[in-house]
Design a protein. Structure first.
Length: 366
């Protein structure tokens, strides 16, 4: 009965009033100063007993205490908010990346503000300063498919705007997966299984090719040449089947047709390194149409944020560790917020292989 009464009291406080430091202090019979020191991270400095610290934090959590952002801004000169500026071009925001960002930000008792705008707007000279003011943020994470121009980077530094760029390659203030390592790891994995005819499946290069396509392909080529094998780079068309909804028109994806032409060859590859999920799916479609079994007749490994199960067969995957990217990006940005004049070297994060069900030694079922 006592426990139920306590729970009812906590629920009542949460719904009927704003929980303040004074509320917690009264509830616990402590001084406001003690509670303030604990919640502001100064408990050790003030020699407050560990047991008291633990109790204050537990009660604050149970009562639903949230620090006063306005008061904190006045006290520290910071708002406790970080903006994620997301480009509409590509919209690459996998769940793993978002989880890494939000948990790292929450661990610092801060908040994430998300805004999406056309890519060209991001580089407008007034956009980021305006965003900093309007959203009341202390720093900015920029997520776009293309790198920043030197003019844009120079402007940010001149205005002392703390900013970290996600998933792009530039000399400073950015973080990205080590895609060169990823290409090497995928190819070495297939060679270790015994495959010799290994193809790299990418897409027809665009004017604004993302660095990951170049680096993954280069990693593949480096390993193949080192092993005395001839690289086999094959590009699928990038256009979508626009006519698939048109009555009377065949529902044909040109990427599948291109993959079929590769897999129908007498000297077809026994294994494929696919740039991403789209290319891997095209290869799977083509393989099934040709009566090839995966992985018995054709092994596939791709690059993605995690193992994808939507095709019934979980793909072998070189993970670009997006959750880790998110966490480390926040750590870098907090350094920049602490010292806006600091220039941080680009950070390349190691990738890892996740074993699925699409790779096996060649001829394993023969």
């Amino acid at each position: 009965m006592a426990a139920k009464q306590k729970n009812d009291e906590v629920a009542s406080r949460r719904t009927t009033s704003h929980i303040t430091i004074a509320t917690i202090a009264t509830h616990m019979g402590l001084s406001r100063a003690t509670v303030t020191h604990v919640l502001n991270g100064r408990a050790e400095e003030q020699r407050i007993r560990p047991e008291t610290q633990r109790r204050v934090l537990e009660v604050a959590r149970d009562l639903g205490y949230r620090s006063n952002a306005s008061a904190r801004a006045i006290r520290t000169g910071r708002f406790g908010n970080i903006a994620l500026v997301q480009s509409l071009l590509g919209q690459y925001l996998p769940n793993e990346l978002l989880y890494g960002l939000t948990t790292a930000i929450a661990d610092k008792d801060m908040h994430l503000v998300l805004t999406e705008v056309p890519d060209v707007v991001i580089e407008d000279e007034s956009y980021l300063p305006h965003t900093m003011r309007e959203l009341s943020v202390d720093g900015v994470l920029v997520n776009r498919l293309i790198g920043a121009s030197q003019l844009f980077v120079d402007r940010i530094h001149k205005l002392r705007i703390p900013a970290i760029f996600l998933n792009v390659q530039q000399e400073f203030d950015c973080i990205h997966p080590d895609d060169l390592m990823a290409g090497r790891m995928a190819t070495e994995y297939l060679l270790h299984l015994g495959h010799e005819r290994i193809a790299y499946i990418g897409f027809v290069q665009l004017e604004t090719e993302h660095y990951s396509e170049r680096d993954r392909r280069s990693g593949y080529e480096q390993v193949m040449l080192s092993a005395g094998k001839t690289p086999w780079v094959y590009s699928l068309p990038v256009e979508w089947p626009h006519d698939w909804r048109t009555p009377g028109q065949s529902r044909v994806d040109t990427r599948v047709g291109a993959a079929k032409s590769l897999l129908a060859r007498e000297d077809r590859p026994t294994a494929v390194v696919a740039y991403e999920l789209g290319e891997a799916n095209a290869v799977v479609h083509a393989a099934y149409q040709l009566g090839l079994r995966i992985p018995e007749d054709l092994s596939i490994i791709l690059f993605h944020s995690g193992i994808d199960f939507r095709y019934c067969i979980p793909f072998h995957t070189v993970s670009n560790v997006m959750e880790k990217i998110g966490r480390e990006a926040v750590s870098m940005l907090l350094e920049k917020i602490g010292n806006p004049d600091m220039v941080l070297p680009a950070r390349s994060v190691s990738v890892e292989i996740l074993e699925g069900g699409t790779c096996t030694p060649p001829g394993a079922s023969s």
